[in-house]
Design a protein around this ligand. Structure first.
Ligand code: 5GP
Length: 210
């Protein structure tokens, strides 16, 4: 159990700033970030293989067919999926892997990885969310409206998440998420091998002292 990695699912309304939170977690704590595949066109500044692997619908369907995704979902009008290989390899190495995905994907991951930690990131209120989406300027008014409607739907499905973190101040939010991950990795059941070693070493010491 000790050497197995942690799978962390981070969801949140579009515009809640979860992308920024995740980037900061990677920079600051060296977590592994899974890069998703999507059929959505790149936003200005997005680089293929860094923010996403940008795919055509045919390429995406092909990946579904050969079981290349741990999960995939349709969000607004595009497909998004988590490539299987990277996540499985990183978990084997014992890394902490972050998935930034929406709620359907989160449920799907939990069904396959019951130990995954599910976190939901939100702004402190709906007004702030709307402002952030509008000021991003990367979506049309119509797309912003669709994302808000989707957020209203997602707000009904937050029961699946174990933790809810408010992103008002970025660094505070990053520290909160890091604290949750740290607490989880210190769970006694994850320290079983360490405790066994300690027990037997202490017994040896105690024996020598007699
Ligand atoms: P965006 O277009 O704003 O980058 O992402 C739209 C939504 O898709 C976000 O809620 C994001 O978390 C989610 N998303 C990104 N990658 C994946 C993925 O691989 N799987 C799923 N299920 N959702 C994803």
């Amino acid at each position: 159990m000790d050497s197995k990695g942690n799978l962390i699912v981070i969801s949140g309304f579009s515009g809640a700033g979860k992308g920024t939170v995740v980037k900061r977690l990677v920079e600051k704590y060296g977590y592994s970030l899974s890069v998703s595949a999507t059929t959505r066109p790149p936003r200005p500044g997005e680089v293929d293989g860094r923010e996403y692997f940008f795919k055509t619908t045919d390429e995406f369907r092909n990946m579904i067919d050969y079981n290349g995704f741990i999960e995939w979902a349709q969000y607004v009008e595009n497909y998004y999926g988590t490539p299987r290989r990277f996540v499985e390899d990183e978990l084997k190495k014992g890394s902490t892997v972050l998935l930034e995905i929406e709620v359907q994907g989160a449920k799907n991951v939990l069904a396959q990885y019951p130990d995954a930690i599910l976190l939901f990131i939100t702004t402190k209120d709906a007004e702030t969310l709307k402002e952030r989406l509008m000021s991003r300027g990367s979506e049309t008014v119509e797309q912003v409206e669709k994302r808000i409607r989707r957020a209203a739907e997602e707000a009904k499905e937050t029961d699946v998440y174990e933790y809810v973190v408010i992103n008002d101040d970025l660094e505070t939010c990053v520290e909160d998420v890091h604290a949750i991950i740290t607490a989880r990795s210190c769970e006694r059941k994850r320290r079983a091998a360490l405790l066994e070693t300690l027990k037997s070493e202490l017994q040896t010491f105690a024996g020598k002292g007699e």
